[in-house]
Design a protein around this ligand. Sequence first.
Ligand code: HPA
Length: 235
Amino acid sequence: MSVHISAGKGEIAKVVLQPGDPLRAKFIAENILTDAKLVSHTRNIFYYTGTYQGKEISVGASGMGIPSIGIYSYELFTEYDVDTIIRIGTCGAYTPDLKLFDLINVENAASESTYAKFAWGNDDEIISNQGKIFSLINDTALESSRITKTANIHTSDIFYRKDEGIPTIAQKYNCLAVEMEAFALFANAQYLGKNAATLLTVSDIIPTREQITANERERALREMIELALQSVLKM
Ligand code: HPA
């Protein structure tokens, strides 16, 4: 049991799939995993452990934003001996060169956030994915002909902003899209010597204001979830 997760020791698998939304975690547990058991529901942030093609996997939410994923990923890595976290989420594209439903395997996350600095004394503005899981995802995507782009992304603390232009940090590091969590996940994994990847589906194109609908979201997410799960089988 940790401060924010009530599962017992040993009730969480070495590999965790982490969507932002607790109901998405529930959907994965109920529809894609086998024999999934609810192991934590503190704050309605559900964690389940089950199997996928015989491999034990947990799925649970990160919540939204850097502080939230910072807490959950830290507790999973340090209190539950988790080796690998794969964030599965959505992002907004800064460029119409990306299309709705495009799948991105994040190479590096750039952020104005001071999280890495104050948590770990890490002054870097950009942090890479950690360990081998990024490459395993790329290999799996190639084998299954799922088109997956690798890109730098911007992890922002802000969802709604008054300025429509691409933020300076995103221009500096050629970030094609924005989300709100990957930087903290990568910072924690880097400091703790763990594995972390982030897979994102483009849910909105910021310059054109196109968006996928709630129903479409579910279909898009299924592909991303299956890519993540099949990649885990290679570990
Ligand atoms: N901004 C930040 N995070 C997001 C967005 C966005 O436009 N779309 C999906 N996640």
